[in-house]
Every structure is written in C-alpha cells, then in structure tokens.
Ligand binder design. Structure first.
Ligand SMILES: Nc1ncnc2c1ncn2[C@@H]1O[C@H](COP(=O)(O)OP(=O)(O)OP(=O)(O)O)[C@@H](O)[C@H]1O
Length: 122
C-alpha cells in the first residue's frame, strides 16, 4: 500500500474515532444533551423567522462553539478524575477554569442570539 493510501486510510479511521467520540458525548453528557436540544430549537426558530444566510452562519458557529468547548470541558473533567479521583484544590481549579471557558462561549452565543433575533421581535 502506498504512503498516500495509508495517509487517506488513517484520516478515514480518525474520522471514525471522532464520530464515535461525538456520539459518546451526545449519548452520555447531560450538558451536551441540553445544548443539542437548544440547538434544535434555535434551528427551528431560524426557519420560522426566515433568518438570512449571514445569520445562519453566525448561529451555526455559536452552536458549534458552545458544543465543542463543552466537549473539551468534559475531556478535562475526565482527565482530572482519572489522574486524581480524590478531592484536591488544584483539580477544583482546573475544573472551574474549564467550566469558565464554556461559560464564556455560552455568553457569546446568547449575545449572538440576541443580535440576530431581537430585531425580528421589534
Ligand atoms: N476532585 C475534585 N477536587 C476539588 N474540587 C472538585 C473536584 N471535583 C469537582 N470539584 C468541584 O466541583 C465542580 C463540579 O465538578 P464536576 O466534576 O462535578 O463537574 P460538573 O459540574 O458535573 O460538570 P458537567 O456538568 O459539565 O459534567 C468543579 O468545577 C470543582 O469546583
């Protein structure tokens, strides 16, 4: 098998692992499940309000931002619990700042949502 074929096969396998990880997140993580429901509601609202292509891009980007950072937060929590299952101030600090990153993404998404939808309501 050529190096190129090996490269392509490796990338396809990598996509498979990534898809598996995304499905694990959606099946097992309550925060991601809530965000997925909000994403579906916002998508339905987008169709209902007939938002523009630019607004769709911003909304899709905001949804992806929040859900991907939540996934990374879950990863940080899992690593922290694996390397140090017991209570430790440093673990608490690590988990808090990872959660803080999700909070920043969520606030950003709310602001984007406000900028998109408030003009449609007035
Ligand atoms: N081992 C620990 N040592 C110190 N503090 C911890 C520890 N585990 C959790 N905490 C504290 O509890 C908070 C919640 O942690 P936890 O692992 O329960 O995440 P969570 O809120 O359930 O996150 P998510 O809802 O995203 O799964 C942390 O942000 C941290 O302040």
């Amino acid at each position: 098998m050529s190096n190129f074929s090996k490269f392509i096969l490796g990338r396809i396998r990598g996509c498979g692992y990534a898809l598996k990880g995304a499905l694990i997140l959606i099946k097992t993580e309550p925060s991601i499940q809530v965000q997925a429901v909000i994403a579906i509601i916002m998508t339905a609202l987008g169709f209902y309000m007939n938002i523009t292509a630019t607004e769709w891009i911003l909304q899709t980007f905001a949804i992806g931002l929040v859900m991907s950072i939540e996934g990374l937060n879950t990863t940080v929590e899992a690593i922290a619990d694996f390397i140090h299952p017991d209570f430790h101030n440093k673990i608490g600090f690590i988990k808090d700042i990872a959660a803080g990153a999700v909070f920043i993404a969520a606030i950003t998404a709310v602001i984007i949502g406000g900028i998109i939808y408030i003009p449609y309501l007035s």
